[in-house]
Write a protein that binds this ligand. Sequence first.
Ligand code: CU1
Length: 565
Amino acid sequence: MTYIDEFPTEAKIIRWHWGVAFAALGIGGLFGLIQALFRTGYFRDALPITAAEYYTVLTAHGVLLALVFTTFFICGMFVWALTRSFDRELHDARIVWAGFASMLLGTVLATVAILNGFAPGLPFSDSSVLYTFYSPLKAHPAFYIGAALLIVGSWVVGADYFLTFREWRADNPDSRIPLQAFMVLTTWIMWYLATLGVAVEVVFFLIPWSFGWIETVDPLLTRSLFWFFGHPVVYFWLLPGYVAWYTILPKLAGGRLLSDPLARVVFVLFVLLSTPVGFHHQYVDPGISEGFKAIAMTNTMMLLLPSFLTAFTVVASMEYGARRRGGKGFLKWLRSLPWGDPAFAGMALAGLMFAAGGFSGMINAGMNINYLIHNTIWVPGHFHLTVGTAFALTAMATTYWLYPQLTGKQLQHRTLALIQPYLWFIGMTLMSNAMHRGGLAGIPRRTAEPIPDGAGAAVFDPVFGTVSEIQLQIAVGATLLTTSLALFLIVVTGTWLSRPRAGALRVNGDIPDALSGPEDSPRVLDNLTLWAAIAVLLVAIAYGFPLWSMVADGLLSPGSAPIPV
Ligand code: CU1
């Protein structure tokens, strides 16, 4: 049975979520190309934007891709993972539709507010505050209300996940939570905890401030509340990628997941450690004690553990699949993997790039080495490997496999679908590598101006390459990435518009059991309340005192109390 036959309502819900996600992906991706060409100086004069509008384009790119595309894609994908693994319908589909409506309204409001930046004077203009929206940059209230509706909508969707879980639990009091459902629920526990920070920032400070109801806000406090959310949001992006790598990828490789218990441990570690780390984005902020920055650094480094466990488990599962397909040798088995399958190739290449992103992430997280790259183009170089590839490319690969099951249609333009992940891989290698090198040489992030050729030549050459070489690689990389994105959208649109084929050509959506199943792990792993409680406790330890010291001198005080030595 294909998913759509068994769960027609849910399949429709997912298609709508993904429709919005892919529209955001197309528009946001195009803005990315404009931005890359403008700031590297290629066709700068031919592009229809000014230096001021660069920040409108930058904000739209970040919001549409990092916040809108991700959230809609994930909310939809998790409906599939939950209902498939529970083998039951949603508790109440209307709840998810209500969440979807809220997210869509929020997206429209925020996008209009951002795009009005092209026409100063329109009622909603002046919202080029970037996707990291903290004070002192101030947007129109419509932007903040839009952001709030997007987040609240995702909470509502998640509520239905938990209601579905409760219903399933009542019918299966002694069963272990199926792995995919476990992953969905733990990710959402983390999401509820993480979004509290940004919700407080937006609802209590930024919205009243942008309406003029309060005159000042404390920039340090609102930044800290943003980054309370701003780090765990990267795991909100990453964990759905892990869901695909743990559950779909081993099957595509021709094998089975090596260990279900290890996968559970990984997700529990993310619940515990994702949030009490946000201060690693604020190493250069005054007003936060070094000790609390050091705690954040330690927790961040601990987060490497679940990612290393994932690398081990996923690669081992792929090797198992390759050997079952006849692969031999120490590394020769790699050749037996199905590199001609776009879904497999996309996920495997995304995983490979994520390893590189993990290494540059360690440098971001190191308290002293971070100073070298802070606010440089290294940082977007890093997160284009993580959210921009580990998540985005995995999402596209997942679509190649899952979309036919949601529509009863056959994937169209298979050749284009196969070229797409490789093109993404090449484009991202060029762009991200050049951004990392440029950042090391001191090129700042968030600037509209290209670096003049020859500037700081002594710093660049020969270690980092010349400025013009770095800018060229960024421009070529961004062009290849946008081409790859266009291929993806052609494949999906072509599939969407094609006629359904009865029976035959359908994808087998079953997911084989793990080699080592849940029965090999202690039951306490499934105690979601316990892990949520410990996570809250860790957040209280990491954030309680610093946040208290920020509000002790007055909630809206723009200054910060000096730290006693
Ligand atoms: Cu972070």
